[in-house]
Design a protein around this ligand. Structure first.
Ligand SMILES: NC(=O)c1ccc[n+]([C@@H]2O[C@H](COP(=O)([O-])OP(=O)(O)OC[C@H]3O[C@@H](n4cnc5c(N)ncnc54)[C@H](OP(=O)(O)O)[C@@H]3O)[C@@H](O)[C@H]2O)c1
Length: 330
């Protein structure tokens, strides 16, 4: 772990954090009642989670609106993180997007503003300057990126000052960032915020076959490209993915612990990781997942989990992009 408490933040970033993509209830996640979303956010805050991660892209602003409503009277308990969408990566649009997020989140300052995905057309250096301008103006406390590979991190290092985090997909069955990106983040002093730590529910052990995985969640490169909404165009590796999940399940059973907690705890033991952003849709899921913070894994168990997942890591390779065959995490 790399504990993170930038001086500009009133609170430290908690090791376990709440992600709010699914709380918007979109085409990937299905329906979600707002009262359950608000109760989920409150359960996380009650248990001492500080970092709440959202984005304008989640439900086209709805996730931010729900977070804003849930934080009424409790804003001081949260490290509030949101993003700038790829379509808004020009200086003017970046500023407008931040203003819109501030309104939806009902706050006068965002704690962590992150670039969501870098495309190929924008001038990153101009966007960096615009975001640093927002920080200087007091609209944002700290800055971060998401989905930046070693090459993009080099551009950030050259043009940016004082950026604190890189949010990346990382879990037991998605270890691509270990090839190169973890080292690049460590070199640049960036804390890694892990997203999809449960591989969108696969690492809870709930799904025993690809067919049981809900539509919208089998579009990652684990799955065949003819699954609905898939766009990676590759063969996938479904048999190996589910064999790997069985191996992880066996370790969890030996430990007598829920598979989800073992998966989250493994991340908390990885170098460079500052926070693990899990998605949850109910207070019960929050409470179950936070138990991972109390689960110490010994060196033998960590080696066993690495060994169980090494083959899948090798087959999936260093492309860290969960969804695209052509790596967008560059
Ligand atoms: N920066 C980026 O590009 C990016 C990309 C993706 C995600 N993220 C962030 O990362 C967050 C988390 O990632 P994620 O939502 O993709 O995936 P995740 O955390 O891997 O999986 C979340 C899903 O797992 C299931 N789950 C969670 N806890 C459970 C439990 N205790 N028991 C059973 N099932 C459980 C729930 O599924 P059900 O809904 O079926 O209950 C939940 O919706 C997002 O909300 C978002 O904030 C960022």
């Amino acid at each position: 772990m790399k504990p993170l408490h930038p001086a500009a933040l009133p609170l430290p970033i908690s090791p376990l954090a709440l992600g709010t993509w699914a709380l918007a209830g979109d085409k990937f996640w299905g329906a979600q009642a707002e009262r359950d979303s608000v109760a989920t956010i409150h359960a996380a805050l009650d248990a001492g989670v500080t970092l709440i991660d959202t984005a304008p892209a989640y439900g086209d602003g709805l996730s931010e609106e729900i977070v804003g409503r849930a934080l009424r009277g409790r804003r001081h308990q949260a490290v509030l993180a949101t993003k700038i969408s790829e379509a808004d990566l020009t200086p003017d649009r970046t500023v407008a997007s931040c203003e819109a997020s501030l309104r939806r989140l009902q706050t006068d300052c965002i704690d962590l503003l992150q670039i969501h995905w870098l495309g190929s057309g924008e001038r990153l250096e101009d966007v960096i300057a615009a975001m640093e301008g927002l920080r200087a103006a007091g609209k944002v406390r700290t800055l971060g990126v998401c989905n930046f590979g070693a090459q993009s991190l080099g551009r950030l290092r050259a043009a940016g000052r004082g950026w604190v985090t890189n949010q990346l997909p990382y879990n037991l069955i998605w270890r691509a960032i270990e090839f190169e990106i973890v080292g690049a983040c460590e070199r640049d002093g960036l804390g890694i915020l892990c997203y999809s730590p449960l591989q969108q529910g696969l690492l809870t052990g709930r799904f025993r076959t690809p067919e049981e995985v809900p539509v919208g969640r089998h579009r990652t490169r684990h799955f065949r490209a003819d699954r609905p909404m898939s766009r990676h165009g590759g063969a996938g590796c479904e048999a190996l993915t589910f064999a790997t999940l069985d191996r992880i399940r066996a370790v969890a059973e030996r430990l007598g612990q829920p598979m989800a907690d073992v998966a989250l705890a493994w991340l908390l033991h990885r170098p460079g990781v500052s926070s693990v952003i899990f998605g949850a849709r109910t207070p019960q899921q929050v409470q179950e997942n936070l138990a991972a913070g109390r689960l110490a894994l010994d060196a033998k168990t960590i080696a066993e989990l690495n060994g169980a997942t090494d083959e899948l890591k090798t087959v999936l390779g260093p492309n860290a992009d969960l969804w695209a065959g052509e790596p967008r995490i560059r």
